[in-house]
Ligand binder design. Structure first.
Ligand code: C5P
Length: 299
C-alpha cells in the first residue's frame, strides 16, 4: 500500500478538567475525561520516492515546520531509522482542516496522532501503541489520548489513561471565534491548581445514577479563559441557558450535552448567527482503528 486517503482526525471534548497540581518542570497535573466526537479533520497520506516529509496544503497560521503532523512524522522516521538502520520512505500529507485552532478540541494533536497511525501502517513499521505514544507525548500532552483511541479518564499531564464509559449523548459545540493560547491559560497566576482529586469510580457512579454529566466536576481553566476572552464568556452564558455548558480544554470552544439529536438540533437552530456552531455525537472508538484493521495491516 502506498496511500491512505480520507483519514479522520476526530476532535475531543474534555467532559471536565481538574488541575490537581504542578510538576517541577511547570507542567500541570490534570484529571479529565476525554471524549472523542464525530467531527474531524481529514488527512491524506502518500508515500514518496524520496525520504522527505512534506505537507502539500497550506494551513493558515501553522508554518509547515511547526505543524505537529510534520514534527510527529519526522520523530517517527528517526525512530524507524534507529531500529532499521535506514530511513523510511518519505510521505506527502494533505490536510483538510475542519477543527479550529486554539479551540480546545485537540485538532493539532489529533492530526499528529492520525499521522503516526497512518505512517506506522504505510511503513509497515509495527510500532506498538505505547511506542507511538512515547513518540507523540513530547509534542503535545493530548496526543497519547488520540492514540489510545477511546473515552479515557486521564491523569498525569494527560498521558496516564484508563478506559471509561462516557455518556451516550449528543453535543452542541459553539466556536466563539477566538483562538485561545494554551500556555497563557496554564500560566495565569490566578489559575486554581489544587482541585481535590476524583476517582474513575466517582465519575462512573455519577453517570450510572444521573445518566448525564451535569453536576460532576468542572473545567478549572474556564475561569481564566472567561476573564481573558470575552467571547468565551458570552458563548458559555448563552449555551448555559439550555443546560450545564462547559468549556473544553483551555478553550475557546464550549459545549453542552443533550440526550437526543432532536434536542441538539433545536438548540442549534437558536444559536446566534455570529457564532459557528455544530452538533456532534460521542464516539466509542477512534475511526482510524477500524479503518486500519479492515485493511488488515494494523500492528
Ligand atoms: O502539550 P500541549 O501542547 O498541550 O501544551 C501546551 C502548553 O500548555 C505547555 O507548553 C504548557 O505550558 C501548558 N500545559 C501545562 N500542563 C499540561 C498541559 C499543557 O502546563 N498538562
Amino acid at each position: 500500500m502506498t496511500s491512505l486517503h480520507n483519514c479522520p482526525a476526530p476532535a475531543k471534548l474534555n467532559l471536565f478538567l481538574h488541575v490537581v497540581g504542578r510538576r517541577s518542570d511547570g507542567y500541570h497535573l490534570l484529571q479529565s475525561v476525554f471524549q472523542l466526537i464525530d467531527r474531524a479533520d481529514r488527512l491524506h497520506f502518500d508515500l514518496r520516492e524520496d525520504e522527505r516529509i512534506v505537507r502539500t496544503t497550506d494551513v493558515p497560521g501553522v508554518p509547515e515546520e511547526q505543524d505537529l503532523i510534520v514534527r510527529a512524522l519526522k520523530r517517527l522516521a528517526s525512530e524507524y531509522a534507529r531500529r532499521h538502520g535506514h530511513n523510511p520512505p518519505g510521505i506527502s500529507v494533505a490536510v483538510e482542516k475542519v477543527l479550529p485552532m486554539g479551540g480546545g478540541l485537540g485538532g493539532g494533536s489529533s492530526d499528529a496522532a492520525t499521522a503516526l497511525m497512518a505512517a506506522n501502517c504505510l511503513w509497515q513499521a509495527g510500532f506498538t501503541s505505547d511506542e507511538l505514544m512515547a513518540v507523540g507525548l513530547p509534542l503535545g500532552a493530548d496526543i497519547p489520548f488520540f492514540l489510545f483511541g477511546q473515552t479515557a479518564f486521564a491523569q498525569g499531564v494527560g498521558e496516564a489513561l484508563a478506559p471509561v464509559a462516557g455518556p451516550d449523548c449528543w453535543y452542541v459545540v459553539i466556536e466563539p471565534g477566538v483562538a485561545v493560547p494554551t500556555p497563557a491559560i496554564f500560566g495565569a497566576p490566578d489559575l486554581t491548581r489544587d482541585t481535590k482529586g476524583v476517582t474513575i469510580s466517582d465519575f462512573s457512579r455519577h453517570l450510572e445514577n444521573r445518566r448525564d454529566l451535569s453536576g460532576f466536576g468542572k473545567n478549572d481553566l474556564q475561569a481564566v479563559a472567561i476573564r481573558m476572552f470575552a467571547p468565551v464568556a458570552e458563548a458559555l452564558e448563552w449555551l448555559g441557558r439550555y443546560g450545564d455548558a462547559r468549556m473544553t480544554g483551555s478553550g475557546a470552544c464550549v459545549f453542552c450535552a443533550f440526550s437526543s439529536e432532536s434536542e441538539a438540533d433545536q438548540v442549534l437552530a437558536d444559536v446566534p448567527g455570529a457564532w459557528s456552531a455544530w452538533k456532534a455525537k460521542a464516539l466509542d472508538s477512534h475511526p482510524m482503528k477500524s479503518l486500519l484493521q479492515n485493511q488488515r495491516v494494523v500492528e
